[in-house]
Design a protein around this ligand. Sequence first.
Ligand code: APR
Length: 320
Amino acid sequence: MARPKIALIGAGQIGGTLAHLAALKELGDVILFDIAEGTPQGKALDIAESGPVEGFDAALKGTNDYADIAGADVCIVTAGVPRKPGMSRDDLLGINLKVMKSVGEGIRDNAPDAFVICITNPLDAMVWALQQYSGLPPEKVVGMAGVLDAGRFRHFLSVEFDVSMKDVTAFVLGGHGDTMVPLVRYSTVAGIPLPDLVEMGWTTQDKLDAIVQRTRDGGAEIVGLLKTGSAFYAPAASAIEMAEAYLKDQKRLLPCAAWVDGALGLNGMYVGVPTVIGAGGIERIVDIKMTKDEQAMFDNSVEAVKGLVEACKGIDSNLG
Ligand code: APR
């Protein structure tokens, strides 16, 4: 059987890391697409040349032509610009919305059967726009945010508790931004919920609150340290986990920015929710129960996402 084809739209920091991880894990052959000439070709060749050393079998190709993504099984989208000093959120929105239009049309025309994972920010609004511009079914277009946010939360918790990261699970809902909702009640160490661990004296409520806040600010913390860019290792790893769940029909329960229509009291919008990812794409939205406080935080996050979507509609009246 032919290897799966993975198209990476955007060959920047995250795109290059995605290509490397996809090859190392032998998820399939990789097409690296970018509008910048030379960058995707150079990165693809460099990674391919590591193949004999690493011992992976995967073909890599860099391109500036959408025709090369034809028939892709998975497309991971990182095309766009990051926010620069002095740039307003609306400036960024306007620029990346145009990028989503060209990427969505490129996918529509060349890889309409793909499972599409969007990473470009502001995430919840960009994945919504990408679904519209591509016209692909909503269950095949999803945003990567929750796996990354939960990963950050799990890392901080494992350090606080001095236990393996493997045994820490975390649950993060809502939009990918300041309003995200890390749900402590559903986050555990080997099944023991965080509030119980506070009672057991493993940590204090104050320390837990600080970890929750650090998770919310996780992206900004990396930007502050790197100064010239934003996080790329953990975002790439997170999207690869989602791609693998789809390609191997793993039925993983992963938090993603997914189209929610009916569950969690929502009527048709993209926002971070727990999902099951398998060969059908988003196969299920997990309709969890929330306490009053959790619901209030989630509602607040939903409103923030709606605000971004309205801003997109203001920029492109064809979006509906
Ligand atoms: N089509 C294809 N590629 C494009 C387009 C376009 N219309 N516009 C820009 N690009 C490419 C750039 O040439 C660049 O190589 O997208 C790439 C983006 O790479 P980086 O600037 O290195 O950004 P990266 O760190 O990879 O992050 C990408 O993910 O986390 C989000 O906020 C982040 O939106 C940003 C995205």
